[in-house]
Design a protein around this ligand. Structure first.
Ligand code: E4P
Length: 223
């Protein structure tokens, strides 16, 4: 059960990485734009913080550009590098080449089980189904997680182990985090605000309040 943060905000990653519960970070062009930073400076600072796995998205429509840039980033940032490519013919062609060179690839923008099958065949380390964006389009993102998980599990049991991990993305609420894991996701990437909310429960606050008051009463009784 791995938790990734879906952000290019280095300060926030630093804050939550200290919890010891963060296994990686996913970025995308929109998140990088929002940060207002140079992408490679962001990756460098995330590396310094100690993030073990950073998804770096490449934007092109040519397989060889994906491969060239993927190799360069892997060379520059080492083991923490995960190359993010879209689920397109060019992206998957590049995925196969990079995966054969043992470079980790995250195939992003997954919206169907068929795409997840192709990505896995191309050697993807991760497939990223976009739960929230699927929900926006009137079908269930969590059902998609379950469908992909069932396919990978059945194929692993009957034939060869499927090594591709399901990375549940486009997460908008805490319930989708738990349900993603319940439905078979290996990793969930989420905005830092959702990670923060995972700690919360009204009964924890209420219980803590009561224990605090009772503890103060116990202290009064101490000699
Ligand atoms: C995944 O890796 C993407 O960065 C991300 O989860 C997209 O989420 P959004 O639909 O909230 O933009």
């Amino acid at each position: 059960m791995k938790i990734f943060l879906d952000t290019a905000d280095v300060d926030l990653v630093g804050k939550y990485h200290e919890t010891g519960l963060i296994d990686g970070v996913t970025t995308n062009p929109t998140l990088i734009k929002k940060s207002g930073r140079d992408p490679e400076q962001v990756y460098k600072e995330l590396t310094i913080i100690g993030v073990d796995d950073i998804s770096m998205e490449i934007v092109t429509d040519d397989y060889y550009e994906f491969v060239k840039e993927g190799r360069r980033l892997r060379e520059k940032f080492g083991d923490i590098t995960t190359i993010k490519v879209p689920c397109t013919p060019q992206g998957l062609r590049a995925c196969k080449i990079l995966a054969d060179e043992e470079i980790r690839v995250n195939v992003t923008l997954i919206f169907s089980a068929a795409q997840a099958i192709l990505a896995s065949k191309a050697g993807a380390a991760y497939v990223s189904p976009f739960v929230g964006r699927v929900d926006d389009n009137s079908f269930s993102g969590l059902d998609l997680i379950k469908q992909i998980s069932d396919i990978y599990e059945k194929q692993s049991a009957l034939y060869n182990p499927v090594s591709t991990q399901i990375l549940s993305a486009s997460i908008r609420d805490v319930g989708s985090v738990s349900a993603s894991f319940e439905y078979g996701a290996n990793v969930v990437t989420m905005p830092p605000s959702i990670f923060e909310k995972m700690y919360n429960h009204v009964l924890t606050d209420k219980g803590l309040d009561l224990f605090q008051k009772d503890w103060e009463a116990v202290n009064v009784l101490k000699i």
